[in-house]
Design a protein around this ligand. Structure first.
Ligand code: ADP
Length: 657
């Protein structure tokens, strides 16, 4: 106060005025804090300290005037009195404290309370919590705002449960929304109250369009599988609502708004409350089976077409499972061609062989086991008629290339075979006649010349010896022509099916007869002629006369093509399922290049033509024909100048014949 400047009166007056205002304010504040304190004392004595909720009173500056125990503890203070005069900024993070301060200023300025705000806060143990806060203004008797009363409740637990529930619901929604099945929820009156996107897609309506619709809405035009209308009350949802019973997999055709028909399979489940046994709602889930239905329909149609075809054509189509060789399908033609009921084949698949001709059974079974793709065999119809069947097999593989089924196509080829055989016979006859006329021409020409010469010799009275020479020549040519004709007739006759008469015979007996008959010729050529008969030979089913002819032919050749003093052996024996007859000689042999052709008609190896015997060139052709008619085999092994071995193998009769 050393250099105090004198004040003007006006300045002093202003100062006094300012002081007076200050005093007034201070008095007003004093009054307010007195009132608050009164309030405080009434609050402290209340039961607020027992509340778990945080209760606090702040003055207009945000300073604490009152706190209950729960609030004090939540911010780490044991005695609430210690908090008086402090503010949120002393305990909360600056962000939280600022936020609270702003909220409160807003309340004070607007006069509007803050009610039930969910906000972040700090819990009793200092950990962050979710809080539910309400803040209201406190007024004195003059209705002046004196402060704020706040109540904050820790709702973290509730929020946690809520959050979990919300998350769970999101998950469920996601599942329901991504399901390919349609789901609708219908209330007790059958009205749709909720649906998922698949329901919209399958039913062709949007959610807003679906909501409120019922199952019995005529616009659905629901039909049964047979096309008859589906009465609304028969809808699974309606049944479930009425009876409380779930319905499963009901197939329904529903017309979409665009007029197209969708097929669904629907199931319904009731929702039943705890206090009633009547459903309060029904959940219907359904799958779109339109594509399946269309495919099924197409399959049925194509199967129908196939069946029609199978029923009309004279070809048996059969489908077998590969593993068990069990029939899965046999077309109706089987009954017509086989003259048997196909039911027996389904019952006992192996019984198919019973219809096969006894002689062909082994071959057919072998063809099947070997997986042959085509084979022919005879069947015997119940009335004894024999038919030729051609079966073609087609393996059907799965995606891995494994054979899973066998498709068989079988047809009666008897007529084809007959025509083919006839054509073959006509062709044979044509070439035969051509060959025969050529072969007969030569001896006939010689005979004609001989007759001419003989006539001249007789006319010119030549000596009788000379004449006889020509008579002999003529006789030899006539004999040649006779043999040729005989063999030709035999060949033609053997082509007829009725040419053979089969009987069980002992082969040794026939061989012995041949031996006896050809012995003079062999002796003539000083051949060493041996008979080596096998013992205990089973009888064979043969035509004696023809087998005799075939063996005779081989022996005849052996004698003809073996030089004097050579040896000839006839052997019999058994190997596997065959009886063997071997004719071995030490004759001129046959060169490799001729071997294949000596069984051809009229084929002769050139050198052999010089033989003095009249030969037809048909002996081996006839022998081969006879042996083949017995299902046997004839073959030759030969070496030039060393000799030949001709072997006939005749099959033993099949068991049961
Ligand atoms: P052919 O009447 O000429 O004997 P085949 O049909 O019996 O007629 O025989 C055909 C041909 O095979 C004969 O011409 C002969 O050349 C040859 N041939 C047949 N058997 C023998 C054999 N045992 N040794 C040598 N050649 C043979």
């Amino acid at each position: 106060m050393t250099t105090e400047t004198p004040k003007t009166e006006q300045a002093l007056r202003d100062e006094i005025e300012a002081l007076r205002t200050r005093i007034n304010t201070l008095e007003a504040e004093k009054l307010r804090s007195q009132r608050l304190r009164q309030l405080d004392s009434s609050l402290t004595s209340s039961v607020l300290d027992y509340l778990p909720d945080f209760v606090y009173v702040k003055d207009l500056d945000g300073s604490y005037v009152f706190n209950n125990v729960a609030h004090a503890r939540s911010i780490g203070v044991e005695n609430p009195i210690e908090l008086v005069g402090k503010s949120d900024f002393d305990f909360f993070t600056p962000e939280l404290a600022t936020q609270y301060w702003h909220d409160e200023q807003q309340i004070i300025q607007s006069g509007q309370p803050l009610l039930n705000r969910e906000e972040r806060s700090i819990g009793v143990d200092g950990t962050p919590i979710w809080a539910l806060t309400s803040k209201v203004l406190l007024r004195d008797e003059q209705d002046q705002i004196v402060g704020l009363l706040g109540i904050t409740r820790d709702i973290s637990q509730r929020r946690q449960i809520q959050d979990k529930l919300a998350a769970r619901e999101t998950e469920y929604r996601l599942v329901i929304n991504t399901m390919t099945d349609g789901i609708v929820l219908q209330d007790a009156h059958g009205k749709i109250v909720s649906c998922n996107p698949s329901a919209e897609r399958i039913l062709g309506l949007t959610e807003p369009q679906l909501l409120g619709l019922t199952s019995i809405d005529p616009r659905w035009r629901v039909v049964h599988e047979d096309g008859s209308p589906f009465l609304g009350d028969a809808h699974p949802a309606m049944i479930t609502l009425q009876t409380g019973k779930p319905q499963s997999n009901v197939i329904m055709g529903i017309h979409k708004p665009d007029g197209s028909l969708s097929w669904i399979t629907a199931s319904s489940r009731p929702l039943i409350g705890a206090d009633s046994d009547k459903p309060y709602a029904v959940v219907v889930n359904f799958t779109d089976i339109t594509a399946l239905k269309t495919a099924e329909h197409q399959l049925r149609e194509s199967e129908e077409r196939f069946r029609e075809l199978a029923a009309t054509i004279d070809v048996v189509f059969a489908l077998y499972s590969y593993a068990e060789r069990r029939p899965l399908y046999i077309s109706p033609a089987y009954e017509k061609i086989w003259g048997r009921d196909s039911a027996a084949l389904f019952e006992t698949p192996a019984s198919f062989i019973d219809a096969v001709h006894a002689d062909d059974r082994a071959r057919v079974l072998k063809a099947i086991t070997a997986g042959k793709l085509g084979y022919e065999y005879r069947i015997v119809k119940p009335e004894g008629d024999i038919r030729w069947i051609r079966t073609q097999s087609f393996p059907i593989r799965d995606v891995h290339g494994e054979v899973v089924r066998i498709a068989d196509i079988s047809e009666d080829v008897t007529e084809h075979k007959r025509i083919a055989a006839e054509q073959q016979r006509a062709e044979t006859l044509r070439t035969f006649l051509a060959d025969a006329s050529h072969d007969l021409h030569t001896p006939l020409a010689v005979a004609t010349t001989s007759v001419y010469l003989l006539r001249r010799l007789i006319t010119d009275k030549h000596p009788i010896d000379e004449q006889l020479k020509y008579v002999d020549m003529l006789g030899a040519r006539i004999e040649h022509i006779r043999k040729q004709l005989d063999d030709m007739f035999t060949l033609v006759r053997l082509d007829l099916e009725s040419a053979f008469e089969f009987k069980l015979e002992d082969i040794n007996e026939i061989v012995q007869i041949v031996h006896a008959q050809t012995l003079p010729a062999a002796t003539n050529k000083q051949h060493q002629f041996t008979l080596a008969l096998g013992t205990d030979l089973p009888s064979v089913l043969i035509d004696t006369k023809e087998i005799h002819r075939a063996i005779g032919s081989l022996v005849d050749n052996a004698i003809a093509y073996t030089s004097p003093q050579g040896s000839i052996t006839i052997r019999t024996g058994k190997r596997d399922n065959f009886v063997l007859i071997e004719v071995e000689d030490t004759g001129i042999g046959i060169a490799e290049e001729h071997l294949e052709r000596i069984f051809d008609r009229f084929y002769r190896v050139d050198d052999a033509r010089n033989t003095s015997f009249a030969r037809s060139g048909l002996g081996l052709t006839i022998a081969e024909k006879i042996i083949e008619a017995h299902n046997g085999i004839i073959h030759v092994k030969s070496e030039v100048d060393k000799g030949s071995v001709f072997t006939i193998a005749l099959p033993l009769p099949a068991a049961g014949t």
